[in-house]
Design a protein around this ligand. Structure first.
Ligand code: CMP
Length: 148
């Protein structure tokens, strides 16, 4: 089934042009269609709002700080089963697990720590909807789907 997902290249990776280029190429090599792409920098309050569900977790402060520390690149990607495929490509959240179990994944190759883990991807259809409209408020998912 054709899906859209939100993919984000986080500030740790955007800071390294070679890594950025490799990640962009990975998107193309894995048959994703880039529907939208933009560079942006979050204010701290954007970061807090986006990650509100993690507000009680021990890593929340460092996550919020990191995600508003510099530019990011956000993509809307389309593919069949885009959500799952992007998550597989990223690999596990925790960098040790990523390096151990999925060394070829994006986080396995480029992840630095559990926070500075290169990329983000939506984890369900509902979160893809929420996250796409958070990053791309002018994008109408329903309209895009109907045109396909
Ligand atoms: P992301 O896919 O953006 O969703 C939540 C983020 O929280 C996650 O990637 C990591 O960057 C961060 N995170 C999750 N678990 C931990 C952890 N144990 N320690 C630090 N950061 C974490």
């Amino acid at each position: 089934v054709l899906q859209l997902t939100l993919a984000v290249i986080k500030p740790d990776a955007v800071a390294h042009p070679v890594m950025m280029e490799a990640l962009h190429q990975k998107i193309l090599d894995n048959n994703f269609v880039i529907v939208r792409c933009k560079d942006l920098t979050w204010r701290r309050q954007d970061s807090e709002q986006f990650y509100a569900e993690h507000s009680e977790r021990f890593f929340y402060q460092r996550l919020v700080e990191f995600m508003s520390s510099g530019p990011m690149r956000a993509y809307i990607l389309a593919r069949e089963d885009a959500i799952l495929h992007w998550r597989e490509l990223m690999g596990p959240t925790k960098v040790f697990r990523a390096k151990y179990t999925s060394p070829a994944s994006l986080r396995g190759q480029f992840g630095l720590t559990d926070t500075r883990n290169t990329t983000h991807g939506s984890d369900s259809v509902e979160s893809a909807q929420r996250e796409i409209s958070f990053f791309f408020p002018d994008f109408c998912m329903k309209e895009w789907m109907e045109r396909k």
